[in-house]
Design a protein around this ligand. Structure first.
Ligand code: SF4
Length: 215
């Protein structure tokens, strides 16, 4: 099904390869990419649900990588290197250029895995693949339990929304014109941009009160 990204390549991710129609980075998309959508089913409730899934998936990624490193390369954990985000100070030139650090620092980081880096990644993958669902839940701990409780609540809100008693018009809401003429909104004036503010579509009710009338 054609999407808006077909006509607006500037909106595409720079890592997307149009030829094969695939990502040039990931064989299996990670937490951020797999939960990003230009538009969410169920509106704001759907967006909150996917943001919650992203939080949980990110926690899974972090805990699994730390678990595997702790088993296979514990010196890395002992020297707090798995917590790069807590390091203060300006970025170095090699960090900005996404290049390897100087030789001595590189060896201090990889230690016995220097020259065998790909082997470490494969060993981590094999280790993590052997974990059961119960193992993963244990690794996620209390944070994982809390995130799953939140996710369950947001899922229920997204699939069974409860309408408020008074519905108010959102003046910034937009509607997309159909590419099929027979599905088009007859009163929508033709525009170059596929989105229109609902406020531009003509007469409307700013507020709908669903409460039963007071006798
Ligand atoms: S999976 Fe992520 S990095 Fe890859 S093309 Fe899609 S958005 Fe870009």
């Amino acid at each position: 099904m054609p999407s808006i990204l077909d006509s607006l390549p500037a909106l595409r991710c720079p890592y997307y390869d149009v030829g094969p129609g695939s990502c040039t980075l990931w064989a299996y998309r990670e937490a951020v990419c797999s939960t990003f959508f230009c538009k969410y089913v169920a509106g704001a409730d759907g967006r909150k649900l996917w943001m919650s899934i992203k939080t949980l998936l990110s926690l899974v990624e972090i805990q699994l990588s730390r678990y595997a490193l702790f088993k296979l390369h514990p010196e890395y954990i002992h020297h707090h290197r798995s917590r790069g985000e807590t390091e203060s100070g300006p970025l170095t030139a090699d960090q900005l250029d996404e290049e390897a650090p100087p030789e001595a620092e590189y060896r201090a980081m990889w230690r016995g895995w220097t020259g065998r880096e790909a082997e470490l990644y494969r060993a981590c993958f094999a280790d993590v693949r052997g974990l059961s669902a119960a193992d993963v839940e244990r690794l996620l701990g209390l944070d994982g339990t809390l995130e799953q409780v939140i996710l369950d609540r947001l899922y229920a809100a997204a699939v069974s929304p409860e309408l408020p008693e008074v519905l108010r018009f959102n003046p910034d809401a937009t509607v997309q014109r159909s590419r099929e003429p027979q599905h088009d909104l007859a009163h929508v004036p033709p525009r170059a941009h596929p989105f229109h503010r609902l406020a531009d579509l003509g007469p409307r009710h700013d507020e709908i009160d669903r409460r039963p009338p007071v006798p």
